[in-house]
Design a protein around this ligand. Structure first.
Ligand SMILES: Cc1cc2nc3c(=O)[nH]c(=O)nc-3n(C[C@H](O)[C@H](O)[C@H](O)COP(=O)(O)OP(=O)(O)OC[C@H]3O[C@@H](n4cnc5c(N)ncnc54)[C@H](O)[C@@H]3O)c2cc1C
Length: 264
């Protein structure tokens, strides 16, 4: 988890907004204090408007860190994300971060990282891929979407895609693609670890798949969230222990990254 001492709430300038599809843009924020302390899996909680609509901040994964710049990848689905994507360049927003825990790159050894993402769940993968490469890991990206228009593969390396309608890449879900590729990945040396982000149904299915195949897996959940700092209890999620007991966590504080074994 991020150290409270590294948490800042700062006014950040949006230095660039780059549309990459009909409804997704990459926003580049000048925020050195966050760039310095960010880890893959962390998120930002952004006040998209100085007015009271929307009142609550909106959470976004850290897509990339480039020097003092933090990039986020935003899909416009409602009032807050539309406001953000339509900001003029050089405008400012209040940014709270870095928040949440991070993907676990160190506690158990692995050689190959398979990054499995669906839709806007691809957002945290670029920063993760780059950090894994710095740790000397082999990285493979599997990116899924309903159609080819939903694939967000920009800047990712060693990338295979899948679409539900077969309009690009493998014909099927990204988990079908993982099942198809797994024997090939397993011939490589060392353990595999899966890192994933995407819609809840996809992550549930992936948790089952990893359990059946005895694969280590971290999932990043993007459920609804309120304050982002554990005060409003708006992001409570029920997880399972290995002994069948359940426990509730606040996704903003004890997530968004969880062990897939707790999400079966
Ligand atoms: C930890 C975390 C990281 C995230 N990272 C990203 C990211 O990198 N890029 C990105 O584009 N989005 C990300 N999201 C989702 C993003 O926060 C929501 O899309 C955003 O808050 C919606 O705000 P809005 O005002 O546009 O939508 P609203 O106007 O509030 O809602 C519009 C519609 O979207 C639904 N909705 C709102 N939030 C979510 C959600 N989290 N999941 C599913 N449906 C939702 C509402 O129920 C409603 O039907 C993340 C969420 C979390 C919790």
């Amino acid at each position: 988890m991020c150290q409270p001492s590294s948490l800042v709430d700062i006014q950040a300038t949006i230095v660039q907004i780059q549309p990459i599809s009909a409804d997704v843009s990459i926003l580049s924020l000048d925020c050195p204090a966050i760039a310095t302390n960010a880890k893959p899996g962390n998120f930002l909680n952004i006040k998209v408007n100085s007015a009271t609509q929307p009142l609550l901040r909106r959470p976004f994964s850290i897509h990339n860190v480039r020097g003092v710049i933090v990039d986020i990848m935003v899909k416009s689905i409602g009032i807050g994300t539309a406001l953000l994507c339509n900001k003029p360049a050089e405008s400012t927003v209040m940014v709270l971060g870095p928040l949440g825990n991070n993907f676990d790159l160190t506690s158990k050894p692995f050689h190959t990282a398979v990054l499995v993402s669906g839709g806007i769940g691809t957002a945290p993968m670029l920063f993760l891929e780059q950090t894994l490469a710095e740790h000397g890991k082999t990285v493979i990206n599997l990116v899924g979407g309903r159609t080819k228009n939903d694939l967000l593969t920009q800047n990712l390396t060693n990338c295979h895609s899948a679409t539900n309608d077969g309009s690009a890449g493998f014909n099927g879900t990204v988990i079908d693609l993982l099942a198809h590729k797994l024997p090939e990945f397993q011939t490589a040396k060392g353990n595999i670890k899966i890192f994933a982000c995407g819609p809840p149904q996809m992550l549930k299915a992936l948790a089952q798949f990893c359990h059946q195949h005895h694969l280590m897996c971290d999932l990043s959940l993007e459920s609804m969230m309120g304050c982002g700092i554990g005060i409003c209890y708006g992001c409570s999620v029920t997880l399972h222990s290995q002994y069948g007991a359940t426990k509730n966590i606040l996704l903003c504080r004890e997530g968004p990254v969880i062990d897939a074994e707790s999400f079966l």
